[in-house]
Design a protein around this ligand. Structure first.
Ligand SMILES: Nc1ncnc2c1ncn2[C@@H]1O[C@H](COP(=O)(O)OP(=O)(O)O)[C@@H](O)[C@H]1O
Ligand SMILES: [Mg+2]
Length: 360
């Protein structure tokens, strides 16, 4: 998948924009506060129906206007395109794909596999498991169609169990949700493990090319003891869960950790090395999607040069461009990007919110 065209109206400081990105490499350059991140944010919104820098999507609306529109044509095969669009007016988000109104965000997400690497990405290593779980599940979601319905089923049962746990004064003679939870939990675990088996070797390969580190490994924690069935764990933790008021174990607590010599990688790496590790994580996801389901990703890299020396910028650009993905890279200075000479690559300049295509 790649974006053949992009239309943006009323997003942050951006003027009404219509561009036709290259299916391969796109360099977006411009001074600070020109609107580069806003451009990537608009693309991200089109694929994920949320922003990566505001938890309140209304902040994205250009000041003085009352709603934004982002639309695009997505290449889905040889000479095949579908229109995709998202509109937001306060309190109301409307999503459309191929002429149909979409009810669920997951329907939008499946149309545009988007990955984002930005200066905040190191948080995936340093913050809690939630971000890493999201990262892993994005990949599982795109390669395993069974995942989303299973996850929805698990979350429904989990919500009901949690509600029962909180029913004060009423005893729950048996854990009525455990059978339902057991079945979906073990299947979710299996899908994640299958995904990570292929993922781990791709990740190791990219990491090796970007920053050879001794003893780098990936560790999956499924959210409950490896040697126990989930329903046994639920039974054993019933009293504790009652006092907590929620379910303390399960796939909703899973984690995937990057370690060096068995210790968290972030404790033994510099800012630059963390950025490279994260790039290896995303490169591996894009490569896996391509090999498992023949889907191209769109990779947004905001401020690529930050924290990287010229040698690593070159290596990273070469790996990104070798992926068969659509790449959108922003930078304040185009000279800092070692852009490989790919046929069809494009460059865009952003100035005071106006995006213009330029010759290389
Ligand atoms: N809702 C908004 N409406 C109008 N302008 C905004 C809004 N939110 C942020 N801005 C402005 O948009 C400008 C561009 O921001 P950004 O895209 O982060 O620039 P860059 O990534 O090029 O440094 C900033 O000057 C910021 O103050
Ligand atoms: Mg920026």
């Amino acid at each position: 998948m790649s974006l053949a065209s992009l239309y943006i109206k009323n997003v942050r400081n951006l003027a009404e924009t219509h561009i036709e990105p290259a299916p391969c490499l796109n360099i977006i350059h411009g001074a600070n506060a020109s609107g580069k991140t806003s451009l990537l944010e608009a693309i991200y919104l089109l694929g994920r129906a949320r922003s990566f820098r505001s938890s309140h999507v209304q902040n994205v609306i250009s000041k003085g206007t009352d709603g934004f529109t982002i639309a695009g044509q997505v290449n889905i095969g040889v000479d095949q395109r579908i229109p995709l669009g998202i509109e937001y007016a306060p309190e109301k988000m409307r999503m459309r794909a191929a002429g149909q109104t979409l009810e669920r965000t997951s329907d939008l997400v499946s149309h545009l596999p988007l990955l984002l690497i930005n200066p905040d990405s190191h948080k995936i290593l340093t913050l809690g498991p939630r971000q890493r779980r999201r990262f892993m599940d994005w990949g599982v979601f795109h390669v395993e169609h069974a995942f989303m319905p299973l996850w929805a089923r698990y979350c429904r049962a989990l919500k009901q169990r949690n509600a029962s746990l909180r029913c004060s004064g009423r005893s729950m003679p048996e854990d009525v949700w455990s059978i339902e939870l057991q079945e979906s939990a073990s299947r979710i675990d299996l899908l994640r493990r299958n995904y990570l088996r292929d993922y781990a070797s791709l990740f190791a390969g990219f990491a090796e090319k970007l920053l050879p580190i001794e003893g780098l490994s990936l560790r999956y924690l499924r959210g409950w003891a490896q040697d126990a069935e989930y329903h046994e764990v639920l039974a054993r933790s019933l009293e504790k869960d009652r006092s907590l008021g929620y379910t303390s174990r399960g796939p909703h607590r899973a984690d995937v950790m990057i370690e060096i010599g068995g210790k968290p990688a972030q404790e033994y790496t510099s800012g630059g090395q963390q950025k490279l590790l994260i790039c290896a994580m995303y490169l591996a996801q894009a490569a896996l999607l391509k090999s498992r389901v023949q889907r191209q990703c769109i990779i947004l890299v905001d401020d690529l040069p930050a924290e990287l020396d010229i040698e690593h910028r070159k290596k990273l650009m070469a790996l990104l461009c070798g992926l068969d993905a659509q790449i959108m890279v922003t930078t304040t200075d185009k000279e800092l990007i070692a852009a490989p000479e790919i046929i069809g690559r494009k460059m865009f300049h952003v100035k005071h919110g106006v995006v213009t295509e330029q010759a290389f």
